[in-house]
Design a protein around this ligand. Sequence first.
Ligand code: F0G
Length: 434
Amino acid sequence: MHSHLACFNPACRAQFDINDVLYNCTVCGGLLEARYDLTGADPTALKRTWRERRMDNSPLCQSGVWRYREMFPFLDDLAHVVTLREGNTPLLAAPRAAAYGGLGGITFKHQGFNPTGSFKDNGMTCGAAQARRLGMKRVACVSTGNTSASMAAYASAGGLDPLIFIPHGNISYGKLAQALEYGAKTYQVEANFDQILALVRVLAERLGIYLLNSINPFRIEGQKSIVIEMMDQRDWRVPDWVVLPGGNLGNISAFGKGLREMLELGLIDRLPRLAVVQAEGSSPFYEYMAAHGHAPFRAQEHPETLATAIKIGDPVSWPKAQFEVETSKGVVERASEQEIADAKAIIGQCGIGCEPASAATLAGIKKLTAAGVIDRDADVVAVLTGNVLKDPDYIYRYHTGQLQAPDGSAIRPTFGNKPVVVPNDADRIAALIG
Ligand code: F0G
């Protein structure tokens, strides 16, 4: 069985050629996933190969994605790869954050160390490679900011034309600036993320543009490398929990698939439990899972959160996300604006820092430990999805007491750290410092 695309819907499972330009099943409309025959792979040999590649200076081996290429063998010619040396992101211990979250210890897998500052680079290198392999000239995405920054960089690096569609006034300047700097044609649409995704799908079809949202199965393949690299860095010791923020739910889908495939291959001996945390004002997946199958999935028409990266009311990948959460005996939590803001400040105080959406992890962990869902002595890895500099405006407002929730209520600067204005006078400054 060669690489192929398959419908994710268990009642359908239609198969398609790996080179078909498809984003949904043409039989039932379901989500698609890439599939391969991985049987016969020797887990010990794979682990050794991946370790050896770290000492190899070739671009493919220096990439923290393509180093693990045996896990996503969809390309027949690796010359199509565009790499900016993505991945290679650290695992960081953070005792202060652990104490805040009610844990004895916590490790952050910080995807903000990627070339464009977010986990999107892990997936985009694969999506861009497939676009080049298909002979596409133009690529497009709708984005809350990070996907567009990443797509702009990888498209430009790979000689493709990037077209970006973003909700007008609803992405941070750091991310918009990246898209402009990396040379993407940028359209600010007066609509929300979910509405623009529908629009971009029409335009992609009509104009023959390759769509690089996370509905693209090759993006998901690349994002699997985040958990593969995590396990490699942990010498294949499986944590009890992996916690991540949820927006469009592509990342949880990628994590679940990657972990299941590692288990099938014998690279790991069990699955960690997956916890997804959403922002309270933008939590359709939380609502759905909390109803335990008694209500159909319902999109939120007007999602709201200051964590703009996860301001999504109609996440396309929810069926995959549900499957992965249930398969791993995982949970879905949500956190308020105040909880996210305070958790973010604590991650900052660890000398680590992250963007608002990423801090939903620690905010969620605090609630899950308090509820007894996560044990105090559990081995927990939380994924920080974006760099601290993605949204400096939010940081300044929080620390100076000017941050307001979408409903206009004030966010308390519980861990605020206001800059102090001083005169140019050594004596007075010395007195202030004490
Ligand atoms: N964290 C950050 C920093 C993000 O940018 C996103 C998604 C998520 C978490 C949620 O990941 O969608 O896979 O559940 N950002 C997308 C974008 C939607 O357009 O950049 P998800």
